[in-house]
Write a protein that binds this ligand. Structure first.
Ligand SMILES: Cc1cc2nc3c(=O)[nH]c(=O)nc-3n(C[C@H](O)[C@H](O)[C@H](O)COP(=O)(O)OP(=O)(O)OC[C@H]3O[C@@H](n4cnc5c(N)ncnc54)[C@H](O)[C@@H]3O)c2cc1C
Length: 413
């Protein structure tokens, strides 16, 4: 792990809040702080986010969750996304989730709770599924389905750009090519220590530094120091490495997830939003193609970006899609990529104060894009006013791993 403290920083800065990590979560926090009149520095080793999960996700947005706090964070975010729909490419075409017998009873039990939280959702029989999506002609193993018209798909890059543009218009500065390798938190202020690279780095260099697999590479840049009233750790799958800098643990594990771009030939899914199959495969229309993903349960933790390519498609994606719809017989693999989930033991995110002057917002594995707006707003409220607006959000604090009050999110793939 990197342990370089700057003895003589070549650049010093000061702001109300320094945010480590400029993915959708860090960018949403920056916007929310800027809206409240605070000055902030939004810092990243790679502002373009080549390895970030914000760059490598499936673009799904749903309030169809089973934990009330997850429903609430998504609902609030969706209301914001609706207000800027065109700017962020928000296509509200719904989520169709197919359930097997093991999960269907729970899905039905959750529907009144989801509706109470202002999330319209309907139950479908297998026949109704086939009537609504005629492409799905193999109904084996489907006990029922839910359809939620308010859910949909988003362009996460446009969303991040929206947050950053709003942030820049206030008192937020974006600082690129800074690797944060040290943090000190005192009574009156906190300080972060970093190296700012003088030139662009390639993916391998970025990956090594973020994983803290080397010594912090002091040779390639200049030392910098940023003093702030508070520090926010929004470092995604790398948050545990950053938390270690102040001696804090995180139960988060980085886990590789792979997505495939598929040529669908004569099949178009453009009238539908996201479809989740009972087998765990999920897919949606993506321009002229289909984007399809699957999360193998046995994937080991680690910072791996290796994409298994056509082999992954042939092994995990195609058999499941074809088993559900005969029209997928001639699907053809085009390309794909791997990215990182940030998995907590209960599959819910971590949001709150980690230590005096240190706040954290990370590990929103598989829901970071869709919940980012509300996460940013809630954390800004905590920093500025000392409490969340929605008291349910308190449950997302790190204390839950010690007290055992986990928020296990079962509707997670
Ligand atoms: C395959 C896949 C599919 C997904 N599908 C969906 C989906 O459909 N819908 C959804 O809502 N979510 C989805 N997700 C999850 C979602 O993408 C993430 O939860 C979200 O992007 C996390 O955003 P973040 O800002 O917390 O982290 P990131 O976007 O990963 O950003 C973290 C940033 O921190 C920076 N950083 C880390 N350490 C340091 C350091 N020491 N110094 C400087 N900078 C540092 C990194 O460079 C990075 O840019 C998916 C994820 C994957 C991988």
């Amino acid at each position: 792990m990197a342990k370089h403290r700057t003895s003589g920083a070549e650049a010093r800065d000061h702001c109300d809040v320094a945010i480590i990590g400029a993915g959708v979560i860090g960018s949403a926090v920056a916007m929310a702080l800027g809206e409240r009149g605070l000055s902030a520095a939004l810092i990243d080793l790679d502002l373009s986010g080549r390895l970030s999960s914000s760059e490598r996700n499936a673009g799904g947005v749903r309030a169809t969750w089973w934990q009330p706090v997850n429903i609430a964070l998504s609902r609030e975010s969706i209301r914001h996304y609706e207000s800027i729909r065109a700017e962020i490419g928000f296509r509200q075409k719904g989520y169709l989730i197919l359930y097997d017998g093991a999960r269907w009873a729970e899905a039905l039990r959750m529907m009144p709770i989801q509706r109470d939280l202002d999330h319209p959702i309907e139950a479908l029989t297998p026949r109704e599924v086939a009537a609504r999506v005629p492409e799905i002609d193999r109904l084996d193993g489907i006990a029922g389905a839910t359809f939620s018209a308010g859910d949909g798909l988003i362009n996460s890059n446009l969303l991040k750009a929206h947050y950053r543009e709003k942030a820049r218009a206030s008192r937020v500065r974006l600082i690129d090519r800074v690797f944060v390798h040290g943090i000190e938190a005192g009574q009156s202020e906190a300080c972060l220590f970093g190296w700012q690279a003088s030139s662009a780095m390639n993916d391998a260099q970025v990956a090594r530094l973020l994983a803290q697999d080397d010594d912090g590479a002091p040779a390639f840049g200049r030392p910098i120091e940023i003093r702030a009233g508070a520090i926010v750790i929004a470092a995604g799958a790398w948050a545990p490495n950053v938390l270690k800098l102040i001696g804090l643990d995180s139960p988060t594990a980085a886990v590789r997830r792979q997505l495939c771009v598929v040529d669908s030939r004569s099949v178009t899914l453009e009238n539908y939003g996201m479809i989740f199959d009972t087998s765990g495969v999920y897919f949606h229309n993506d321009g002229p193609h289909i984007l399809a993903g699957y999360s193998p349960p046995a994937e080991p933790p680690g910072y791996s970006f290796k994409f298994d390519g056509e082999d992954f498609f042939n092994r995990e994606i195609w058999p499941r899609m074809y088993a559900r719809a005969s029209c997928f017989e001639r699907l053809r693999f085009i390309s794909g990529w791997a990215g990182l989930y940030e998995m907590t033991p209960d599959r819910s995110g971590i949001l709150g104060q980690a230590a005096p002057r240190i706040f954290e917002a990370h590990s929103f594995s598989a829901h970071g894009v869709m919940q980012s707006y509300a996460v940013g707003q809630e954390l800004a409220e905590l920093i500025v006013n000392g409490r969340f607006r929605n008291p349910e959000v308190r449950g997302l604090g790190r204390e839950r791993f010690a007290t055992g009050k986990l928020l296990y999110e079962e509707l997670h793939w």
